[in-house]
Design a protein around this ligand. Structure first.
Ligand SMILES: [Zn+2]
Ligand SMILES: [Zn+2]
Length: 521
């Protein structure tokens, strides 16, 4: 069950155009180790609050749907009376539609800084999976809700429409006319005519692509999936694809389809291609004429239905936001034919020598200054490599936009120092490339694993820490760093890169919560 992962799939939706504004990762309570990217005030605060409100969810296992609505002018609905009235009628109508007892669904109105949301949840412990079905039947529910409210004959609310045993205590928040007026305007926003001509069965949907995939998987099961992405490798970021990992766990055939000829700027791009190719399918679609509405994702369900999500949007970069940030409206269409695409032609790496050191797991309690040793011990053809570099002096650069904490700083310095000893080379300098705009932490670090607030703080500590080492250390600010993280070793006649998946500190944390002031060198 997708909501049983402990990272519930809440979603926000706009009934105006059917697209999503943001996804609130509602049950993800804490930040990741290098959480710089997700370190927004808004996100963490939101998660906490919602958490508190799922009163019955002492376990994080209830099923719920969070709904954000838009006014006709495009702003988010913030009217408590409207939201409460809609919450009542939505949950009642959904219960009716699913032929379950009304008390199996609960609802609440949650307040954000400048809008409110309705959340509907399963009141049964463990969650029977009712609430999340709201998004599958939104249109039907809206129509039914409208008809109940519009055809009632009361002033504001009565037992035939909005009043029941629990809402009778909130009569001041019930207004049938306010609610049906909003529903009527939401129902008016329909499918564009140019889309209807192409796909008479086109439908809008509510939520983002990730929540659609989860729902289809939960209710029907997915056999195959084609995910269409662009051909601009430089813009991809393949280290944070948790949405794709989730799909892969549940679906046997996952194809990434690059639209256009992949463009390689350097060896790192080629390596990215190999990694993706071996992890998922990487297919190739040659576009002759750009369709007005392009399929961004197509799914073959276990019941043999083929569902596709189309949009006028350009194909997007493959990254962690792929399935969430829909800037253009997307629509759901049913197709009769399943498209298959050929494998991409893998890039030529014959002029590049690759050595791989692969760890699925690094032993618990590994010392932070043993990373280079671990890497070399596991390196394919280590001797060939070591013979080539031995005795030479290198200048080193490190590119890693997530390298933003004291912990990461320390690992990086230790790694270089240990590596120069083990490989019998000498390192003259370490040039740390940083992206100042990537420093997004909203507070100063407390523990050493916390990110610095500003690049200057990073630099200050780096200057101090680097005193202990025999190579020069300095920082170069970059406007934009690539998505991959790597060390580049250069000498007059030779250069090599060490590419560390995820970056030096990725996946590691100290065994204790260490404070900066407690650290000795
Ligand atoms: Zn929480
Ligand atoms: Zn009434």
């Amino acid at each position: 069950l997708f909501y049983n992962t402990g990272a519930g799939n809440g979603f926000s939706l706009c009934l105006d155009c059917g697209r999503v504004e943001t996804s609130h990762d509602l049950l993800i309570g804490h930040r990741r180790l290098r959480g710089g990217k997700d370190d927004k005030d808004d996100t963490s605060c939101t998660a906490k609050h919602v958490h508190d409100h799922i009163i019955l969810g002492s376990r994080l296992k209830t099923d719920f749907t969070e709904i954000r609505l838009k006014n006709e002018d495009g702003s988010f609905v913030n009217d408590e009376k409207l939201m409460y009235s809609l919450g009542v009628i939505f949950s009642k109508t959904l219960a009716n539609y699913l032929a379950i007892n009304e008390n199996e669904l609960g609802f609440g109105v949650k307040r954000y800084s400048n809008y409110r949301t309705i959340f509907i949840y399963d009141s049964a412990k463990g969650g029977a999976g009712y609430a999340s079905q709201f998004a599958m039947y939104t249109e039907e529910i809206l129509k039914e809700a409208f008809s109940v409210l519009y055809n009632c004959d009361c002033q504001a609310a009565c037992t035939k429409c909005l009043v029941d045993r629990s809402t009778q205590w909130h009569l001041d928040k019930l207004d049938r006319e306010l609610a049906y007026t909003w529903i009527a305007s939401a129902l008016k926003s329909s499918i564009p005519t140019d889309l209807k001509e192409l796909y008479p069965n086109a439908n809008s949907f509510f939520g983002n692509l990730a929540s659609e995939i989860s729902r289809l998987d939960y209710h029907f099961g997915i056999r195959s999936i084609n995910i269409h992405i662009n051909d601009d490798l430089q813009g991809w970021d393949i280290d944070e694809l948790s949405w794709l990992e989730t799909i892969k766990r549940n679906c046997s055939e996952v194809n990434l389809v690059s639209n256009g000829e992949l463009r390689y700027a350097n060896t790192q791009d080629k390596l990215t291609t190999y990694k993706i190719f071996h992890k998922y399918g990487l297919k190739h679609n040659i576009i002759k004429d750009k369709a007005l509405y392009q399929a961004h994702i197509s799914l073959k369900l276990n019941n043999n239905e083929i569902v596709s999500y189309v949009s006028k949007a350009a194909y997007a970069d493959l990254n962690k936001d792929w399935a969430f940030n829909l800037e253009e409206p997307f629509y759901k269409v049913l197709l009769s034919d399943w498209m298959t695409y050929p494998d991409i032609t893998l890039p030529d790496l014959s002029n590049t020598k690759l050595f791989e050191s692969r760890y699925v797991k690094i032993p618990f309690h590994t010392q932070s200054n043993k990373l280079a040793k671990l890497m070399l011990e596991n390196l394919s053809n280590a001797n060939e490599f070591l013979t080539k570099v031995k005795g030479k002096e290198f200048s080193v650069s490190y590119y890693d936009k997530y390298n933003q904490s004291e912990f990461s700083e320390r690992l990086m310095l230790q790694f270089i120092d240990e590596f120069q000893n083990l490989a019998a080379i000498s390192v003259s300098s370490l040039n740390v490339h940083l992206e100042s705009s990537a420093f997004k932490s909203y507070k100063f670090p407390y523990y050493i694993i916390d990110n610095y607030k500003e690049i200057q703080d990073y630099q200050h500590d780096l200057n101090n820490l680097s005193q202990a080492y025999n190579f020069k250390v300095f920082v170069t600010e970059e406007r934009r760093l690539p998505h991959y993280r790597y060390f580049e070793f250069k000498t007059d006649d030779l250069s090599f890169n060490i590419r560390i998946d995820g970056g030096i500190a990725h996946g590691f944390k100290p065994i204790d919560r260490l404070l900066s002031q407690d650290m000795k060198f």
